[in-house]
Design a protein around this ligand. Structure first.
Ligand code: URA
Length: 283
């Protein structure tokens, strides 16, 4: 029996939440040392209440999860379409149809193992002509059930973040690195993300947002093509496929640690500056 299997469900949930918390902070290197199991039981009681089952599923902790990288590089991508030159940009009036073609190319996708646990493929939501696009990691349980991105608790927070910027959800475009729900909401494996992300890049190339916001480390990793701690990526403007990219925390992480909302707001203000937006007045 592995250590993970020997833990009671509440301890496992707390451990999963804690490791995700560290991952979202950009801390991805861990090592294991022998731990007295009596101490683990004691610690379990001291941890915060784990998030509800819809936010964190009871999932096995494999001995070497995908976010325990040996180094900071991710496996090379498959060749992917180059960003279109400005001259070949899809005219605004044709973008909805161009996105529909990408959706049709995906079809009833079986390109990676994630398809087998999928209820609904989650393509995107929002305005095909949006100036601002958000990229998340992958669908959770609510998204898998409804076929739309960010419709659960994290989605409600994202809606609030968008409102704080003086916009509404219908004015932005929202998509994910992977379009099918990873089992137990685990991080997508590099193979899965590399198989699916070319479709995300095609979506970006059609929408051509002025600003992209990567929500969390997975989105930042696959948009930038390199794994780096989130802390080192925030606070500046990157360039991806001819578009400016801002990196911030994932809303699910902000739900777990609301103190970081201030930091996320600072990131969103960079996006607003790039878009020439002023925050809405509160009066
Ligand atoms: N988390 C994500 O990364 N994407 C979603 O669509 C929902 C939750």
């Amino acid at each position: 029996m592995t250590l993970a299997q020997s833990l009671d469900p509440a301890t496992r949930q707390a451990l999963i939440a804690r490791v995700r918390f560290y991952r979202d902070l950009g801390l991805t290197e861990f090592y294991r040392r022998p731990v007295d199991s009596a101490l683990l039981v004691q610690l379990a009681g001291a941890w915060e209440t784990p998030p509800p089952p819809s936010a964190v599923q009871d999932e096995p902790i494999s001995p070497q999860p995908s976010f325990f990288p040996e180094d900071h590089s991710i496996p090379p991508r498959k060749p992917m379409p180059a960003p279109p030159a400005v001259a070949s940009a899809v005219p605004a009036a044709d973008r909805a149809a161009a996105l529909q073609l990408i959706r049709e190319d995906l079809g009833d996708c079986t390109r990676c193992p994630l398809h087998s646990g999928r209820n609904k493929l989650v393509f995107a939501d929002g305005d095909p002509n949006a100036r601002l696009m958000f990229v998340g990691e992958g669908p959770g349980a609510d998204e898998d059930a409804q076929g739309l991105p960010f419709v659960g608790r994290a989605g409600q927070l994202l809606n609030n973040m968008i409102a704080a910027m003086g916009l509404n959800r219908e004015q932005v475009y929202i998509a994910n690195v992977v379009k099918c729900r990873p089992p137990g909401n685990r991080t997508p494996e590099p193979d899965e993300a590399n198989t699916c992300s070319p479709f995300l890049f095609r979506q970006i190339d059609v929408v051509r947002p002025e600003v992209l916001v990567a929500l969390g480390a997975t989105a930042a990793t696959y948009l930038l093509g390199q794994r780096q701690p989130l802390a080192g990526l925030r606070g500046r403007v990157h360039s991806v496929r001819g578009t400016r990219l801002i990196v911030t925390y994932h809303p699910a992480y902000l739900l777990r640690d609301p103190r970081q909302k201030k930091e996320a707001w600072a990131d969103l203000q960079i996006a607003m500056r790039e878009l020439g937006l002023k925050p809405p007045s509160r009066g």
